[in-house]
Design a protein around this ligand. Structure first.
Ligand SMILES: [Mg+2]
Length: 229
């Protein structure tokens, strides 16, 4: 008998190749809004965006501020006159069209769907981008539920994010649910706070840092499948 009935899966860098999609979408919007398409601009965006997501995870800013400010800050540094909210909307739409899965992710999801477990994606990403990629990559054929932080009104690692998902899925015994993801501060810490087991997907074999404590660590999709079968 499988260890779990319900499997929550992170999206970015667990199933989706976010780095590839992000770069392609950024290049499109930089061009459209007249910003230089240089490595320096891309690096600066990555830095600005990461700092804002960190502040968001600490509860210091909301998602609306985050999405506008990342482009406002980029334009302050590199020129550009556009409305940062408009730039961000274009970016999110472009990101939703960039449907790149990590190698092996589709086979992994197909194999998971054959185990007869309840499967859901649980992501902190932005609705237009995440929903677009969920459908375009065809993952909706294998994973019937998609939970997005902005739509739930709570985000990983907050306990409320998991409480709302459990309520929707009718999970009453959390020892039968598991969160799988690459993010220690989001997926694993969130699972810890919500009282669920976790699988840290760590194909790069990064060292364990911070307060999160994974129940299991897996270096490949095959290892995750073995744990869940
Ligand atoms: Mg992730």
């Amino acid at each position: 008998m499988p260890r779990y009935d319900v499997v929550l899966l992170d999206a970015d860098m667990t199933l989706f190749d976010f780095h590839r999609s992000e770069r392609a979408a950024l290049e499109q919007v930089l061009e459209r809004y007249g910003l230089p398409r240089s490595e320096q601009v891309l690096r600066d965006y990555t830095k600005i965006n990461a700092a804002l997501w960190d502040a968001f995870a600490r509860g210091e800013i909301d998602q609306d501020f985050l999405t506008a400010e990342r482009f406002a800050a980029l334009m302050r540094a590199h020129g550009g006159q556009a409305d940062p909210r408009q730039v961000n909307r274009s970016y999110e739409l472009a990101l939703g069209e960039q449907a790149h899965l990590l190698p092996g992710a589709e086979d992994f999801c197909r194999a998971l769907s054959r185990l007869g477990l309840t499967l859901a994606i649980a992501t902190n990403g932005l609705p237009a981008a995440q929903r677009g990629r969920y459908v375009r990559t065809g993952l909706d054929r294998y994973i019937p539920h998609l939970f997005i932080s902005l739509e739930l009104g709570a985000q990983k690692p907050q306990r409320a994010f998991f409480d709302r998902i459990c309520a929707t899925l009718g999970v009453t015994d959390r020892s039968r649910a598991v969160m799988v993801g690459d993010g220690l501060a989001t997926d694993i810490l969130g699972g810890n706070l919500a009282g669920m087991d976790t699988v840290w997907y760590n194909p790069a074999h990064l060292p364990l840092t911070g307060p999160a404590r994974p129940t299991y660590t897996a270096g490949s999709y095959g290892e995750i499948l073995a744990l869940l079968s």
